[in-house]
Design a protein around this ligand. Structure first.
Ligand code: EPZ
Length: 467
């Protein structure tokens, strides 16, 4: 209610400098009792310290607040480009490096963005550029998701090709082909995607994705909200983060059905409006801490986390001997000291076992009774954590896209190198149970996707610090 009134005021003043671009921000702030208890102040910049040192052997017991989902927040920020009215987010993981990177890009385009603790407000009314430059896109591939919204609202966009990363080549061919089916004219020149819409803007179409892609589904979902006519996305991804994005778009006035299924239908509308949206909890962060407790033993309460978004992983964790339950808004995980049982996992698109928990699960299996096989079907190079785990004494053999993990009695602390976000956190988990001290270098990978992991773990008894 206050967003609507405040938006009207802001619009009437059409960027009069004296009018705040976020008239509802202070009301939102004061209207939330838990506001002050949220994660540390986001104005604290990510640390300049580049290492984490952890001494293994401590049980984890205590409470960990789960942050808003990184892989929802980054796309929700892109969705704000679809309207010239302010969009407000609660439960935003503002401390993450990736959120800062996305903020830098959208500020470059002309957006006003305000972040305080777990509140974020974006006003894309003053957007004056539709060019996402290489030096900003290369820092974070998800920047490609400004393409669909910019095309839909402005009829043009020039976005640097994101390039690959440690876990794979990460092409964007599915995004581009599908946008062309909506009528976009796309040229690839000098490492940039140069896209324009025909005179009448994007036109709805039936799109069949040849393979399931989270990002392509999200780019097309956003673009189709302002296309003329009906768009059907067949073989769409079903991740909870996509459902969360779609629910926010519906609150902005989009007409969408089929979210969470393999067929999503979007009726285009002339424009979208501002809204307030609370970002769903980060299921991968929650899964990471569930596995941590499974490895160290102890009892953890994960505040504001939803077990139903991790059903495939929960089944496998139960087979491995880790019991997890939902208690109101929280997840409780308890583990008596003892050997984890070996299980086999295969990563799959949602609702299958998430590839983003593969490295963490492997760290846990390295101490299992027996052995387990891990098959990675989503990315072609997502075993970068294997050599580092082996340096800590793990017994892992990679054959193609499968890894055989033979359980060992214990791991030994070592100096190891982080390579990508989830491989880095797998090394932290291994360090929590290894004998002696483990030093993890290049922790900026970690800070891209885990808010205050050192603070959250040390509050539950881990001997862990930055250096
Ligand atoms: C999202 O990446 C997530 N990132 C990834 O999480 C996650 O691992 C992945 O989905 C799968 O669940 C964000 O949401 C920011 P895809 P995305 O398009 O959208 C190929 C993390 O650790 N493909 O579903 O890039 C692609 O190479 C990150 O938080 C094409 O071939 O994943 C991959 O093999 C890592 N052409 C497969 O599809 C395309 O045009 C799935 O990729 C697009 C993708």
């Amino acid at each position: 209610m206050f967003v609507k009134q405040a938006t009207q005021t802001a619009r009437e003043n059409t960027w009069d400098k004296k009018v705040s671009p976020f008239p509802a921000f202070d009301q939102l702030k004061s209207s939330r009792s838990t506001y002050q208890q949220k994660s540390p102040d986001t104005n604290a910049q990510p640390s300049k310290l580049d290492k984490i040192i952890v001494r293994g052997g401590q049980e984890l017991n205590g409470v960990i607040p789960i942050s808003g989902a990184k892989n929802a927040a980054l796309k929700l920020m892109c969705a704000a480009l679809l309207t010239d009215e302010p969009v407000y987010f609660e439960n935003a993981p503002n401390m993450l490096r990736d959120i800062q990177s996305q903020t830098d890009l959208m500020t470059h385009l002309g957006c006003h963005i305000r972040r305080e603790r777990d509140l974020m407000a974006i006003n894309a009314g003053p957007v004056h550029s539709q060019t996402a430059p290489y030096d900003l896109v290369r820092k974070m591939r998800t920047s490609i998701l400004v393409l669909g919204p910019l095309l839909a609202r402005f009829g043009q966009a020039k976005v640097s090709l994101p390039g690959g990363c440690a876990i794979g080549t990460r092409p964007v061919d599915l995004h581009l082909k599908a946008l062309e089916e909506l009528g976009a004219q796309i040229k690839l020149e000098n490492g940039y995607i140069d896209a324009k819409t025909p005179q009448g803007g994007l036109q709805g179409a039936k799109i069949l994705f040849p393979k399931v892609s989270v990002g392509a589904t999200e780019n097309l979902l956003m673009a189709a909200t302002l296309a003329k006519g009906t768009t059907v996305l067949a073989n769409a991804a079903k991740e909870p983060e996509i459902v969360d994005l779609g629910e926010c778009l519906i609150k902005m006035g989009a007409k969408i059905t089929g979210l969470g299924t393999e067929t999503i239908t979007i009726e285009g509308v002339p424009e979208l409006k501002g809204t307030t949206h609370s970002i769903l909890p980060d299921r991968i962060e929650a899964g990471t801490y569930i596995i941590a407790a499974g490895m160290t033993g102890g009892t953890l309460k994960l505040q504001n986390a939803r077990i139903e978004h991790l059903s495939a992983a929960m089944g496998l964790l139960s087979q491995a001997g880790i019991e997890v339950e939902q208690s109101d808004q929280d997840i409780i995980v308890h583990r008596e000291i003892g050997r984890i049982l070996g299980v086999d996992i295969m990563t799959e698109p949602y609702p299958g076992f998430p590839t983003d928990l593969q490295a963490q699960f492997m760290a846990m299996l390295s101490l299992c009774q027996g052995a387990g096989m891990i098959t990675e079907t989503i990315f072609e190079n997502r075993f970068m954590h294997v050599p580092e785990l082996c340096r800590m004494g793990a017994d892992i053999t990679v054959q193609g896209n499968s890894a055989i993990v033979r359980g060992v009695e214990s791991l030994k602390g070592a100096e190891v190198m982080a390579t990508d976000l989830r491989a880095s956190v797998a090394l932290v988990l291994a360090g929590l149970v290894a004998e002696g001290e483990t030093t993890i270098n290049r922790i900026y990978h970690l800070e891209r996707g885990y808010e205050d992991i050192v603070g959250k773990l040390s509050a539950c008894g881990a001997d862990i610090r930055k250096a």
